[in-house]
Design a protein around this ligand. Structure first.
Ligand SMILES: C[S@@+](CC[C@H](N)C(=O)[O-])C[C@H]1O[C@@H](n2cnc3c(N)ncnc32)[C@H](O)[C@@H]1O
Length: 211
């Protein structure tokens, strides 16, 4: 059974997508998409030979034939045959290194789940011309995940904290609690740093009201 996180990623895939799953690891997402006929064309990649072999073994158990490539990011991949890229379970720095403009000419959709620095990721993709269309926020095994859907040339106004919607309520509350704990540990005379965290908390409280 697919994890809630991978299910959310799959929900952003359209049947006619030609999709590259960069860093597929076990291949569960691609296998689910192929088995359920939820995607047009699929390429699974990973930088790690053992990870890709796991994906290949998992496919073979189910008699599925999905293209694979052992490579770093999008190196040696002709992305012109694809319109969609999924990257999940990596950090923002790695994702930024993979998503270089020269590889994104025909890509109009990105489904990204970064493990950290989401504000930086949203900003980077905006600078490449990708607007944030939707987000799914969920908690699984006590970890919060935000799955972001970006489209090329999509105009949207959102803050560094993403799209305020119902599933963000517990997430924003969690962030506020975290920032409040940090604030509590900052000495009273450290006015500038305290102000920074107070501003963040105020901003998150406003977004909470918009959810
Ligand atoms: C934590 S796993 C996530 C697997 C899967 N995408 C998911 O969300 O469940 C991260 C995978 O990304 C791969 N990876 C890390 N850096 C990569 C890169 N530069 N290019 C391709 N794959 C990479 C790792 O080898 C690993 O298999």
């Amino acid at each position: 059974m697919l994890s809630k996180r991978l299910e959310a990623i799959a929900s952003f895939v359209d049947k006619n997508d030609n999709l590259i799953d960069v860093g597929c690891d076990h291949g569960y997402l691609g296998i689910y998409l192929k088995e359920n006929n939820l995607v047009n064309n699929l390429l699974l990649t990973d930088i790690n030979k053992n990870a890709l072999n796991n994906a290949i073994n998992n496919m073979q158990k189910l008699n599925l034939n999905i293209a694979t490539k052992l490579t770093n990011g999008l190196d040696n991949i002709d992305t012109t045959n694809f319109n969609t890229i999924v990257i999940s379970g990596m950090g923002t720095n790695t994702i930024k290194q993979i998503l270089i403009p020269s590889k994104l000419k025909t890509i109009d959709k990105l489904i990204i789940q970064s493990n950290n620095h989401l504000a930086e990721l949203r900003g980077y993709l905006k600078s490449l011309g990708f607007g944030l269309v939707d987000e799914i926020t969920l908690k699984e095994k006590n970890i919060w995940y935000v799955i972001c859907l970006f489209r090329k040339n999509f105009c949207s106004n959102y803050s560094a904290y993403g799209i305020p919607k119902k599933d963000k309520i517990p997430y924003y509350k969690y962030l506020i609690k975290n920032y409040q704990n940090i604030l509590n540990g900052i000495p009273k005379d450290n006015i500038e740093i305290r102000k920074k965290y107070l501003n963040i908390i105020e901003r998150l409280n406003k977004l909470l009201e918009e959810c």
